[in-house]
Design a protein around this ligand. Sequence first.
Ligand SMILES: NC(=O)c1ccc[n+]([C@@H]2O[C@H](COP(=O)([O-])OP(=O)(O)OC[C@H]3O[C@@H](n4cnc5c(N)ncnc54)[C@H](OP(=O)(O)O)[C@@H]3O)[C@@H](O)[C@H]2O)c1
Length: 334
Amino acid sequence: MIYRKLGRSGIEASVVGFGAWAIGGWMWGGSDEKQAIKAIHAAVDAGLTLIDTAPMYGFGASEEIVGKAIRDCRDKVVLATKCGLIWHKEQGDFFFMSDEKERTANGDRKIYRCGAADTIRYEVEQSLKRLKTDYIDLYQTHWQDPTTPIANTMQTLLELKKEGKIRAIGCCNADPAQLADYCDAGQLDVDQELYSMLDRKQDRQNLPFVIENDMAFLAYSPLGQGLLTGKIGPDRVFNTGDLRNTKPRFSVENRQRVQELLALFHKIADRLGLSLSQLAIGWTIAQPGCSHALVGARTVEQVLENVGGGAAHLPAEDIREINEALATVGKDIE
Ligand SMILES: NC(=O)c1ccc[n+]([C@@H]2O[C@H](COP(=O)([O-])OP(=O)(O)OC[C@H]3O[C@@H](n4cnc5c(N)ncnc54)[C@H](OP(=O)(O)O)[C@@H]3O)[C@@H](O)[C@H]2O)c1
């Protein structure tokens, strides 16, 4: 496993992070807590230190599971969670109704994007309780709230850092102008964005900013939510409520197009002694400015395979071959 800096925070974390969205269950058609805890233990034992969760992942369920899993190994983990998406009150910018994504037994909730001081202070205390810890290593705004100036949000985060509740500050789902607003107000160490072989917008958008400002870049959904593993063929059926049931990316036609691309990648992966998942992870962390890949997993087997991606070294000519395939065979893939 390779370890890289989280910006200028002084914290180092494994290049492969454990993405804890799916284990929260909601939008992923449920989850198995025991299996998830075993997966986290296997990850930590294999040298993975970065764990990324959020209150929104199962309305606290993911944080609860992570908290239980790391109780005996808190000091080995770089714990990342988020704020700025709330459902406990109506404040900020209305984002969506929870039932639109997946119904839960607790009824329909109104989700707001909110970066106000009082709600962030409420959220951090809730997260600390669920995670069973007294500090968060990396605290990130989950989505950007157009009703609160970023300078005000950053002010609150800087106060939390001074108080020792958080150690580093990051943001997600931001554009370069928003990143600049954060940096104007204080030290922003991390940007977390959608990035994979199939999602390359950030090559031109945020990655140049991140490089220029000595920040870490955490790629989320680097396996295209499973599609790049080669294990989601046209016949795979997802559980009720799994977000992949309604995404055009997972239409049968698109899955067939992906199979053609993956047939080319198979040859490269075989040459390098890697699985397709490891090739996708290795490619992701080899892209300029992309320091870490947050990989979602639910089982020990998935984790152990993905950890191997953190040690993958892709020679420049293989990266060129992959990029050529993405630009040709991959160009019509959703
Ligand atoms: N900041 C944000 O707004 C944001 C948004 C999205 C994600 N994220 C973060 O990024 C993390 C990763 O993103 P993601 O979960 O959306 O997508 P991902 O990492 O691209 O894909 C995760 C899914 O791929 C499948 N998978 C993983 N490893 C596998 C393996 N070795 N073999 C076969 N299948 C495998 C699993 O699905 P099955 O088990 O169902 O097959 C898993 O749930 C999240 O957990 C979260 O921490 C952040």
